[in-house]
Design a binder for this molecule. Sequence first.
Ligand code: SME
Length: 159
Amino acid sequence: MHSELIHQIETYSHSAANAEEFMTFIVQRIQQNLPDYNWVGFYMLDMKGAALGKEPTLVLGPYVGAPTPHTRIPLNQGICGAAVTQGQTIVVDDVNSDPRYLACSLETKSEIVVPVRVREAIVGELDIDSHKNAAFTPADRDFCEQVADILGRFLERNT
Ligand code: SME
């Protein structure tokens, strides 16, 4: 399924009208086809305040799953903030034993957050929650990183 999804997402990346539409396609396609991926969404980095001395913030973008109270996440909070500040994918097998975790749904047991890069700079991230403990294997990580790379290349071409 992973390679089929990568193929579909890569193909769509050459015809999507804009980033919003492409990200919506990605989250829907992934969530519909991978049963343990219960919440799938993007957070994008808002740099607008940077010139005013404000900290960059992650802003919720297209997502599928339970509504989350975390529509804006400062970089010093959450697993989402940590993935940007550390500049790397974070996999958490048991969210309840990770003090950084910001709860979205009580059902969530594990999470993966993968940075999205444009010309090597992080511009956002793909965030996925599962109701299953340790749902994200090395193969899932590889898949999610490929998805983030395809979006990064799309953003490079289109922004
Ligand atoms: N769990 C994330 C917050 C986002 S919600 O899961 C949608 C975190 O700890 O940063």
